[in-house]
Design a binder for this molecule. Structure first.
Ligand code: KG4
Ligand code: ZN
Length: 353
């Protein structure tokens, strides 16, 4: 099974070719054209600008992905079965961004006579964990899915069988990083820059404890929901009262990151115990955060000795098409195809039955 995947849900134009490897997938090519530098000057993604860039980038990105995977377009035109299907992100995401990927996939599926798999972006993030996987995942697994738009605890009972047990009530984890960074004038996207600043504090303070204290929102609530907007307000109040805050940016970043990581890890561990989870996974852009990766791994190993911990390789955490290819391969193996005529961008596209 070999699949071409396309992802254009936000500000990355991406294409990838992947093959089935049994318990996981192998990536033959993974091309990402990022618009971060373009959106940086606006402090966030501007949908109209993103849409225009996708239109310019999509065909060169697909060409490069095919070329790197040694697939000749002439073979596709002549319908020589060099690919089994096209997978594309149908939603959620920015409507005008999604449309470029979806309409391109539709045209190529028709022209090259290929089957189509429609993928939910969050499901794609989850399947980043199956790239280069060498041992079968045992179910049920629990995935902490943390991106710019989502903070979710998702139960995975089997392939294509998901249940959301916790969601964000307001700002997503990545959004909280972005807003806190903006508040401190650190630029966009906020996650990587807050993480870098926090590392400076860790290097100078061996005890990993900050004198600045921020709340751990909803850490003790009975449910598995999250709320991060209060944390952003808390850091704003602290800064407003602190004349010297600009000299303490690494410490503010450290404490902010600790607060987010504490809540995410604590609630994940509690859910693992409640649902008898066999595998814990991370997914989404915030899964690139080294502190989250390290603290989650340490907690799973110390507190849950029978539970396996899996996380995606760094390059597959933020938006890319390899993860869409991975999800596409597993959907295709279940014959979960969609007629190209029914393919449409859908901001509310679900993946939970
Ligand atoms: O999954 P993603 O690439 O796009 C969405 O689907 O939203 O996630 C982007 C988010 C941004 O909010 C960004 O600040 C955050 O992921 N992020 C990080 C890190 N790298 C990216 N957050 C914390 N630490 C990081 N190292
Ligand atoms: Zn994403």
């Amino acid at each position: 099974m070999k699949i071409l995947a396309i992802e254009t849900s936000c500000d990355e134009t991406a294409a990838s070719v992947a093959v089935d490897s049994g318990c996981g997938v192998k990536i033959l090519s993974n091309i990402v054209s990022s618009q971060i530098d373009i959106h940086k000057k606006y402090g966030g993604v501007v949908p109209e600008v993103a849409a225009r860039e996708h239109v310019l980038d999509i065909l060169p990105v697909i060409d490069e992905a095919l070329e790197k995977a040694d697939i000749k377009k002439s073979d596709l035109v002549n319908k020589k079965n060099v690919l089994d299907a096209i997978a594309v992100t149908m939603g959620p995401g920015l409507m005008s961004s999604l449309q470029t990927g979806v309409e391109t996939a539709k045209s190529l599926a028709y022209a090259w006579d290929l089957s189509v798999v429609g993928i939910n972006h969050i499901e794609g993030h989850i399947y980043a964990n199956f790239i280069n996987l060498e041992k079968d995942i045992n179910f049920p697994s629990l995935i902490l899915t943390v991106s710019g738009g989502h903070t979710m605890l998702i139960l995975m009972h089997g392939h294509g069988d998901f249940e959301v047990i916790g969601d964000t009530r307001d700002d997503a984890a990545g959004e909280a990083f972005d807003k806190a960074a903006k508040l401190m004038g650190l630029g966009y996207p906020g996650g990587p820059v807050i993480s870098d600043e926090a590392k400076k504090y860790i290097v100078h303070n061996t005890q990993d404890i900050s004198k600045i204290t921020l709340p751990r929102p909803m850490i003790q609530s009975d449910d598995f929901d999250f709320s991060f907007s209060g944390l952003k307000t808390a850091i704003r109040y602290k800064i407003e009262k602190d004349e010297n805050w600009q000299n303490k940016i690494p410490e503010y970043c450290f404490e902010f990151q600790e607060a987010v990581v504490d809540v995410l890890v604590f609630k994940t561990i509690r859910a693992v115990k409640k649902y008898n989870i066999k595998t814990v996974m991370l997914a989404g852009g915030v899964a690139a955060n080294s502190r989250l990766r390290e603290v989650m791994q340490a907690n799973v190993e110390e507190k849950l000795s029978d539970v396996r911990f899996v996380m995606p390789e760094l390059k597959y955490t933020t938006d890319n098409a390899a993860m869409i290819a991975s999800a596409g391969i597993f959907r295709a193996k279940q014959n979960d195809f969609i007629d190209w005529k029914d393919l449409k961008a859908d901001c509310n596209f679900g993946f939970v039955k």
